[in-house]
Design a protein around this ligand. Structure first.
Ligand code: DQA
Length: 152
């Protein structure tokens, strides 16, 4: 029996710069799936998990900050791949810290096996956890992780 009194979770997946080019962008590193294919898989996973899912991509730091702030009172959890902003953006980190909405950080590639400048994440200290190196599966694992975290 379904308990309709329990509202389903609202999960927002945020993709940062250059992830709109997935499929054609350095496929040896990021894989051959397009962002649309990844989002479609996540929507299917979200339906199976019984959560409401939205996906958003931007190449602009401020737009990602706006999405995070806009989650106040509407979003229960974020899954974020901030792309290169991971390694540069105090603003995205501060936005996550400000809204206090549980967040899982994901990366397609294993950022610790790559160039030194990718080893540091400004976001890592303000998120629940990080999943890095499993290709598109990183997003799917990130979604499962945030839902498991929110459901306690
Ligand atoms: C990335 C890793 C970042 O270093 C890079 O700038 C990206 C993608 C990943 O998903 O592996 O754009 O976040």
């Amino acid at each position: 029996m379904t308990d309709n009194s329990i509202p389903s979770l609202n999960i927002s997946v945020l993709h940062g710069p250059n992830l709109n080019l997935l499929g054609q962008r350095e496929p040896g590193i990021y894989g051959v799936l397009t962002l649309a294919a990844i989002n479609a898989q996540l929507m299917a996973d979200g339906a199976e998990l019984g959560v409401n899912l939205t996906c958003f991509q931007s190449n602009h730091e401020g737009e990602l900050v706006d999405q995070i702030q806009g989650g106040l009172n509407t979003v229960d959890g974020f899954v974020i791949n901030a792309g290169a902003y991971t390694h540069t953006s105090v603003a995205i980190r501060d936005a996550i810290a400000a809204v206090q909405i549980p967040t899982v950080e994901v990366h397609l590639s294993n950022i610790y096996r790559r160039e030194e400048f990718r080893h540091h994440s400004y976001i890592a200290p303000v998120v629940i956890g990080q999943i890095s190196g499993f290709g598109a599966m990183s997003y799917r694992l990130g979604l499962k992780a945030i839902v498991a975290h929110l459901r306690g």
